[in-house]
Design a protein around this ligand. Structure first.
Ligand code: ATR
Length: 264
């Protein structure tokens, strides 16, 4: 019987995950299909009960990465420390939660540098930022977190044992990573971190957003000749780890990359 997988999010329609995973299933001749589950919060409980019976694995995205934990039977130590799950594996009705986002962000960064000893400023304090911070610390880097709501930055900094910096303040580090949803909320805005004076204090600039691939931040970073890391890299690498967890097979990463590039 065809195994069912999919992305659980709200909204979910514009996700690129189906394109990547279906291409990978096809390339390996696995009888599986990956769909979209756009579930409003009031239907989440019912959906998860049904998923136990019918779905082999799920990707989890906004806004459920944190709230999904209470619907699961076990959570990996990494996901527990991060406080967020982006992958669910169903083993005979038992739901296990994992986080592959931190592996995705580390692999994307490791294409351009060695994270050991690097100083990294992370913009944002949501679920994505938590996974990225965990990954950087695991790889031996140092983190400074910065968030619009200062209180949240300080709370997160304390929890992970890192520094917090004020939202508008100047920072000096090797790498800048943007994780906020500023352009989802306000597409035309130009936040202070896009200023050339601010950006010039970094060598590498990464954005986790990928629509467009060269975000307003990355466009400015390129003007200064900085090394940039576009958001689809983390997307592909976190998906590749999910695929490995679900299938126990080596993920055809190049197939996933091509599937994304073809529809970008
Ligand atoms: P995700 O799971 O993608 O990280 P999230 O948990 O909803 O999403 O977190 C969104 C992040 O974007 C938060 O850090 C949020 O800052 P606040 O804590 O101040 O809300 C940040 N964010 C959202 N809209 C923003 C905006 N207009 N300007 C700056 N930061 C914004």
């Amino acid at each position: 019987m065809t195994q069912k997988f999919g992305i659980l999010a709200f909204p979910a329609k514009h996700s690129l995950s189906p394109v990547m995973h279906n291409a990978a299933f096809q390339a390996l001749g696995i009888d599986a299909e990956y769909g979209v589950f756009e579930i409003p919060p009031e239907d989440l409980r019912g959906f998860m009960m049904e998923a136990r019976e019918t779905i082999a694995g799920l990707s989890v995205s906004v806004p459920y990465k944190e709230t999904i934990l209470k619907h699961l039977d076990e959570i990996s130590p990494e996901a527990q420390k991060i406080g967020a799950v982006n992958t669910i594996l169903n083993r005979d009705g038992r739901l296990s939660g994992f986080n592959t986002d931190f592996i995705g962000s580390n692999k994307a960064l490791e294409e351009v540098c060695d994270l050991k000893g690097k100083k990294v400023v992370v913009l944002g304090a949501g679920g994505s930022a938590r996974a990225i911070i965990y990954g950087i610390l695991e790889a031996g880097g140092k983190v400074i977190v910065k968030n619009r709501t200062q209180e949240k930055a300080e709370k997160l900094a304390e929890e992970f044992g890192v520094e917090a910096s004020e939202w508008g303040a100047v920072d000096q580090a090797d790498i800048l990573i943007h994780t906020t949803s500023v352009w989802l909320e306000d597409p035309g805005s130009v936040p202070f971190f896009c200023n050339l004076e601010y950006l010039d204090h970094f060598e590498i600039v990464m954005d986790i957003f990928y629509k467009p691939l060269t975000t307003p931040l990355l466009k400015e970073a390129l003007k200064l000749g900085k090394t940039i890391v576009t958001g689809e890299k983390m997307l592909v690498f976190q998906a590749a780890e999910q695929f490995k967890l679900w299938t126990d097979r080596e993920t055809p990463v190049e197939v996933m990359k091509k599937a994304i590039t073809d529809c970008a």
